[in-house]
Write a protein that binds this ligand. Sequence first.
Ligand SMILES: NC(=O)N[C@@H](CC(=O)O)C(=O)O
Ligand SMILES: [Zn+2]
Ligand SMILES: [Zn+2]
Length: 432
Amino acid sequence: MSTFILRNVRPFGGDAVDIAVTDGLITEIGTGLSGEEVVDGGGHLVLPGLVDLHTHLREPGREDAETVRTGSQAAALGGFTCVHAMANTDPVADTAGVVEQVYRLGVEHGYCDVQPVGAVTVGLAGERLAELGAMATSAAGVRVFSDDGKCVSDAVLMRRALEYVKAFDGVIAQHAQEPRLTEGAQMNEGPLSGELGLTGWPAVAEEAIIARDVLLAEHVGSRLHVCHLSTRGSVEIVRWAKSRGIDVTAEVTPHHLLLTDDLVRSYDPIYKVNPPLRSPDDVQAVREGLADGTIDIVATDHAPHPMEDKECEWNVAAFGMLGLETALSVVQQTMVDTGAIGWERVAEAMSAAPARIGRVSGHGRPLAVGEPANLVVYDPTARRTVEAAASASLSRNTPYAGLELPGRVVATFLRGRATVLDGALFSEGALS
Ligand SMILES: NC(=O)N[C@@H](CC(=O)O)C(=O)O
Ligand SMILES: [Zn+2]
Ligand SMILES: [Zn+2]
């Protein structure tokens, strides 16, 4: 591969520089650089390629909703160079065979690195541990284990899983939902669930599991990650756990940073998600938690569902919403444009920290000479109206359709190769 120059870009929004890339690595950062090929960065912001710790790609099993190919295309368009593919596929990613299959599909398509998440329990059934060690030592090198979609509610199993993954520096990513407290739950429990006649999903069902799990993680000296934290109480528990030195990390989704349960008044299942959209006070709390570092990362929980599973009556509709192509814009709107955080913190929360938690090397690295050229060029001054039909995803369940959001991903580079240029998918091909 020859050298190319990404000209006139602003690392983290600072002064404009040129970035020279050779053989997939950053070889020089400076001004007035020259090379055989030049890509004009237009004076836009440049950040390290984004890393998603929580994506649903639906392959194998639900290729009508998403495939590794279409999901990783959506990821590239959103500025991601690495995504973690959740295990709730069909078959479940609970063996070395399935995680290797997903991993290879990612390599084959080449839009971003796909790092499979392994299931904690066989078939996500919550009864016995899956082959965690075999997945860890497989070609996929799994480090993140989760029954996401379901909670590992059995305290003994959760304890054993936390103990087991210590041997290979793994982490258990918990979908914190006490099952008995959320039987039939449809939306956030509060005055509105009563008014709308929908079964409530109380904050305590999330908080009780997080409280239990941080204590279990402390007891066995292991690493816990809390998926899609959504309530003020959850933020407070994680803050307390960190102050005690417990090895816990937490994520918030873009939709929990922006949207509130008031949207459920429409009875439009586009707003049906797990955990549910919460109150304005919860939204305030998760924004504060992300700003002060209690919440480590933003993860999309991109959850594609086909039309027939979303365009139906609220009670029977599937939980979940798309997120990859809009994540950076929603974070800009809720956190950067409000003055809560700067672009350095965005890069930490959407690239460096998720890469560290997932133990992926080669992503989430600083913009520095010798590092892999995983980059996203982003224009925060652009505005766009979200069009569901324009998504690269096979599904259309974005809650932002028709909404104007700030920012636009101009280009994404995976090890120096453009996956997105001028805001459109660039090329397909196996990784070199
Ligand atoms: N978030 C959701 O509402 N749905 C996810 C599962 C999950 O993340 O719990 C899905 O797989 O559709
Ligand atoms: Zn979940
Ligand atoms: Zn999920």
